[in-house]
Design a protein around this ligand. Structure first.
Ligand code: FES
Length: 108
């Protein structure tokens, strides 16, 4: 019996709906998701909650493939959700797929 789980992708917006070097918030009862767009139009998604003290990462500054939390300036790697050294912690990351300008998230 095949027990592989097929990911379910949910279309959430267009890449153009996310400001370049900025973010857009996807509101959910179980915790908002921050969608980030880099200067190169790569899109990343993290739980909108800093692993330090819960700051809204969506209000941070995007640079390269990082976001700087607005509260105490931790730098979070957008590709992994990990805080960059010397800080330690991880924001939950959601898998993102971009297809024909549309952004899909794997919300499992
Ligand atoms: S809450 Fe993000 S750095 Fe402190």
């Amino acid at each position: 019996m095949d027990t592989k789980i097929t990911p379910i992708w949910t279309r959430v917006c267009e890449v153009a709906d996310i400001p370049r070097l900025g973010s857009r918030v996807l509101e959910r009862a179980s915790g908002n998701i921050a969608l980030f767009r880099t200067a190169l139009d790569d899109v990343f998604a993290l739980l909108d909650r800093c692993p330090h003290k819960g700051g809204a990462l969506s209000q941070g500054i995007v640079h390269g493939e990082s976001v700087t939390c607005p509260l105490h300036a931790w730098n979070i790697d957008l590709t992994s959700g990990e805080a960059r050294a010397p800080d330690v912690g991880c924001a939950h990351r959601f898998a993102v797929r971009v297809e024909d300008g549309a952004v899909f998230l794997c919300l499992d």
